[in-house]
Design a protein around this ligand. Structure first.
Ligand code: GCO
Length: 448
């Protein structure tokens, strides 16, 4: 028996998203998404890379499922591309697009891997963006229609559907920070987009409930970061609190309490009466499963220059760092405990993403010795175990990601996979971390 054993039926999986892996960007009737537009615009993505081919999962999904079998995954979380199914976002359904996900789900089930379907991982149809995208309330209703169509296809076989992946990132990084598609730099657009994304979750929740052929759990996946003040000063502590409201409470409060902290921010106060209609908050607060994506923490100091939160991120000495973030394993424990204590959610919890970008590559003998990833996984999974021991109902853990893939604005530089991909040949190689993770799954635990 491993010293840290997980509950029976704990779900071990890996996650991906459509635009990051599928490729085949203009095949079988797929429409353009905002990520096609963004990545085809020079200067938006590192080295002007894009997801046109990505890891060609669209054609190689059977190989990838074979890899999942080798890893012993119990579940696989992927997203459907709205533009494959409804190329213009609304209207005519593209049967070939639906067929792809139909085949994917059948193949997963054949291999006894539970499909976890996510409806939106940032690749909004360009046709909807042309009408205002998430800043337009109509997009939320279009999303509910799309959710109904996917439910019609999958609900006889799929038991878990997530509406959104990280709506905060889609809204704020896409509309306020401008680093992701559609690339706007306007806090007002960011807050509008966030409300409509959350509203669309509620509308889709109802659409899925009403149309599912069998019982299905409906979830949402959030990026949550515990926030710490850079010092003990009052200014820094307040900066940390504002950041927490903007980063975490802006999504947790609506979904779990039916309230919103946006009035705490000047633009939010200005907007809230026109933006939030009667009944919206009640719709948003419907959830069976909360997915938590955890990567790192945020350490904030007061900085008047920064709009909205008057806070700037600092990077403390003393911990290890990865290609993108500080490595802070206790953060995953703290955020799970915090959600559980502050919100006492009646829904289940799962870690739907956790992983690390570290430089890795093929060694002389063709093996990928990614010890840093193994260390990261070991320390984080141990903290998840600690949360379970302390009573948080965490039902599963999904690694980000199955294979190396397109890391948004950073292109193909950061590698997150349990499986290495040679981007020239697209050959896949299971990394040492993949073998290590397979062993954790097999034993349902690890030795601390
Ligand atoms: C995320 C994303 C992934 C990223 C990962 C690493 O939900 O943020 O789901 O698409 O690739 O988080 O940055």
């Amino acid at each position: 028996m491993p010293t840290l054993t997980f509950p029976k039926d704990f779900v071990w999986g890996a996650a991906t998203s459509a635009y990051q892996i599928e490729g085949a960007w203009n095949e079988d009737g797929r429409g353009m998404s905002i990520w096609d537009t963004f990545s085809h615009t020079p200067g938006k993505v590192a080295n002007n890379e894009n997801g046109d081919v990505a890891v060609d999962h669209y054609h190689r999904y059977k190989d990838d499922i074979r890899l999942m079998t080798e890893l012993g995954l119990k579940a696989y979380r992927f997203s459907t591309a709205w533009t494959r199914i409804l190329p213009d976002g609304t209207g005519k359904v593209n049967k070939k697009g639906l067929d792809f996900y139909d085949r994917l789900i059948d193949e997963l089930l054949k291999k006894k891997i539970e499909p976890y379907v996510c409806l939106f991982h940032w690749d909004l149809p360009q046709a909807l963006q042309d009408k205002g995208g998430w800043t337009n309330r109509d997009t939320a209703y279009a999303f509910a229609d799309y959710a109904r169509i996917v439910t019609g296809l999958v609900s006889d076989r799929v038991k878990v559907v997530f509406t959104h992946n990280e709506p905060w990132v889609a809204a704020i990084v896409g509309h306020f920070l401008g680093e992701h598609a559609p690339g706007f730099k306007d806090p007002v657009q960011g807050i509008k987009a966030l409300h409509h994304l959350l509203l669309s979750h509620g509308l889709a929740y109802e659409a899925i409930r009403a149309s599912a052929k069998k019982p299905v759990k409906i979830g949402i996946t959030l990026n949550l970061n515990p926030v710490y003040p850079a010092s003990d000063s009052k200014k820094d502590r307040e900066a940390a609190n504002r950041t927490d409201a903007m980063l975490n409470r802006s999504v947790l409060d609506p979904l779990l309490k039916g309230t919103t902290p946006i009035q705490e921010f000047a633009v939010g106060k200005m907007l809230s009466s026109s933006l939030i209609k009667d009944g919206d908050m009640g719709k948003i607060k419907q959830l069976d499963l909360l997915g938590v994506n955890y990567y790192s923490r945020s350490v904030m100091k007061y900085d008047a220059k920064f709009p909205l939160v008057s806070a700037a991120q600092t990077f403390p000495e003393g911990n290890e760092y990865s290609g993108m973030w500080e490595i802070f394993p206790t953060g995953i424990y703290e955020i799970l405990m915090r959600v559980s204590k502050d919100y006492k959610p009646s829904c289940e919890l799962m870690v739907t993403e956790n992983g690390i970008p570290v430089p890795d590559g093929l060694d002389f003998d063709g093996r990928v010795r990614d010890e840093r990833r193994i260390r990261y996984l070991e320390s984080h999974i141990a903290q998840v175990h600690r949360a379970v021991q302390d009573g948080v109902p965490v039902k599963g853990y999904f690694h980000w990601s199955l294979t190396d893939n397109f890391e948004w604005a950073l292109g193909y530089g950061p590698r997150f996979g349990l499986v290495y991909v040679d981007y020239k040949t697209l050959k896949r190689t299971i990394k040492d971390s993949g073998r290590w993770f397979a062993n954790v799954i097999r034993r349902n635990g690890l030795d601390a």
